[in-house]
Design a protein around this ligand. Structure first.
Ligand code: DX5
Ligand code: ZN
Length: 207
């Protein structure tokens, strides 16, 4: 199991990123919120770029924004493994193609209330489905139990359409809730890891 650590809930991101750099977390999950697509707002790109120098890990960027194209272009200059946009955002097809143009793996995120069939038109363009197991907007929320069925539905859909996209699950992930996600290749976890006194121990418990 791959682990992507979200630093959204870190009180001191620079300090925690240095600590995370010493762990074996596979990716740093970078949550970006514009205050429009979701009510919350995260630090501007200028700030992300500054703290990014504290990590040599590859980034797993999650754009919770209405119009992602400008940010895709900016993040493309950093060390990104994935950039994910939401199926509920604008110009999805063009933005997925833009991510691919930079030779970065593309992800499509899906909110808890969005039907799985909305993913179908984009399957040929995506490397990862980022399944939201909380309503996006903030860290530290509780895993929504019906995600368990949604994951089964998504795995079936990928099979049906012969898609090789992997599944990542994001929100409220702990050593307990991970049991609901056998279809996942990546678990994104924030507060469970960064609010603890031993990041590596928590990462181990998710693998
Ligand atoms: C939710 C974010 C998640 C979140 C994960 O809006 O997309 O990445 O920060 O954090 P936890 O694990 O605390 O739910
Ligand atoms: Zn996220």
């Amino acid at each position: 199991m791959l682990v992507s650590t979200s630093f959204l809930s870190c009180e001191n991101p620079a300090k925690d990123l240095k600590i995370l750099n010493e762990t074996d977390t596979d990716f740093i999950h970078v949550d970006v919120m514009d205050g429009i697509f979701v009510p919350g707002r995260t630090m501007p790109f200028k700030e992300v770029k500054k703290i990014y120098k504290y990590t040599s890990k590859r980034l797993d960027v999650h754009l919770m924004v209405e119009e992602p194209s400008k940010l895709i272009k900016k993040f493309a200059n950093l060390n990104c493994e994935f950039i994910s946009i939401h199926v509920e955002s604008e110009n999805v097809e063009n933005n997925l193609k833009l991510i691919k143009k930079y030779a970065i793996k593309s992800g499509i995120a899906i909110n808890p209330e969005t039907e799985v069939k909305e993913l179908v038109p984009y399957l040929p363009l995506v490397d990862m489905i980022l399944v939201m197991s909380v309503t996006p907007g903030q860290g530290g929320q509780t895993f929504i139990p019906k995600t368990k069925n949604k994951l089964k539905e998504i795995a079936k859909l990928l099979d049906e359409y012969k898609s090789k996209a992997i599944i990542s699950v994001d929100g409220g992930i702990t050593d307990e809730t991970k049991k609901n996600c056998p279809q996942a290749s990546i678990l994104v976890s924030g507060s469970y890891i960064v609010k603890s006194s031993n990041f590596q121990e928590r990462i181990n418990s998710l693998r």
